[in-house]
Design a protein around this ligand. Structure first.
Ligand SMILES: [Zn+2]
Ligand SMILES: [Zn+2]
Length: 263
């Protein structure tokens, strides 16, 4: 199974796109601005969109993508999300003011989109792929996802601050790759805390939950474009040295848009 990184930045700029991952051909996780790099045909093949939460950087391209593929498709795109996320989309995006209500267009019987709600902890099977809904701790109801591949599970934290229930679940899975957010540098640690995101200091505390026997590549996502260099420097510092001067031995890498992970 291939996971194609369409966007993994915390904001937009040239060559920076917000969160979106294509799982195989038919499943999209989050619909940030990275979706705009797909061809029309690639967008048209997406049958399922799973959303971590309602924030704009994770849904920005969804209304435009649905519009782009509407004439190509014969069946509705299924939008899977928490009930609170679905309510937010209905009230604030597909409300016939910001964008048409595609759940009733062109007709109630044959709409462009359908909503499917899930709950945290649920194990979904979507187009033959097992996907577990993981807990996240953010300013709006939010989740992460674990997607089962051939070799193990690809795990995505979603937007989150420190989150013990996440590790209790993830440490029980054979993980091939972990994609975890670090939105801010330590300089912005107060803002990170208030907006319920991680900074390198809190990331270090989170990664200490991984038992030494469970080592796998860890990819950092959602860095602010203006702070990416600083964030990665701060991560390299803690990853190289614990307070006792030992290497913590994590395999931490920076995620790039366009990258394909074989899971
Ligand atoms: Zn968010
Ligand atoms: Zn975000």
């Amino acid at each position: 199974m291939k996971v194609r990184v369409l966007g993994c930045s915390g904001a937009i700029a040239k060559d920076c796109r917000t969160t979106s991952f294509l799982i195989g051909d038919r499943i999209l996780i989050d619909a940030g601005t990275g979706v705009g790099d797909l061809t029309l045909e690639e967008m048209g093949r997406i049958d399922h969109v799973l959303l971590t939460h309602s924030h704009l950087d994770h849904i920005a391209a969804l209304p435009l993508m649905l519009d782009a593929v509407s004439s190509l498709r014969r069946s509705p795109v299924q939008i899977h999300a928490l009930p609170a996320t679905i309510e937010a989309l209905q009230s604030h995006v597909f409300n016939n003011v910001i964008w048409p209500d595609f759940s009733a267009i062109p007709s109630q019987d044959s709409p462009f989109l359908q909503y499917q709600s899930f709950g945290t902890g649920q194990l979904l099977t979507i187009d033959g792929t097992e996907i577990e809904v993981l807990p996240a701790r953010h300013t709006v109801p939010a989740v992460g996802f674990a997607v089962r591949g051939r070799k193990g599970w690809w795990v995505f934290s979603g937007d989150t601050e420190r989150n013990q229930p996440f590790w209790e679940r993830v440490n029980a899975l054979p993980v091939t790759y972990l994609v975890i957010e670090t939105a801010f540098s330590n300089r912005e640690r107060d803002l990170a805390h208030r907006s319920l995101h991680l900074s390198p200091d809190t990331l270090a505390q989170e990664l200490a939950n991984i038992p030494p026997s469970n080592r796998y590549p860890i990819y950092i996502t959602h860095t602010k474009p203006s702070e990416t260099g600083l964030i990665m420097d701060e991560i390299r510092q803690f990853d190289r040295l614990t307070p006792t001067g030992q290497n913590t031995g994590h395999d931490i890498r920076w995620l790039r848009a366009g990258q394909v992970l074989e899971v």
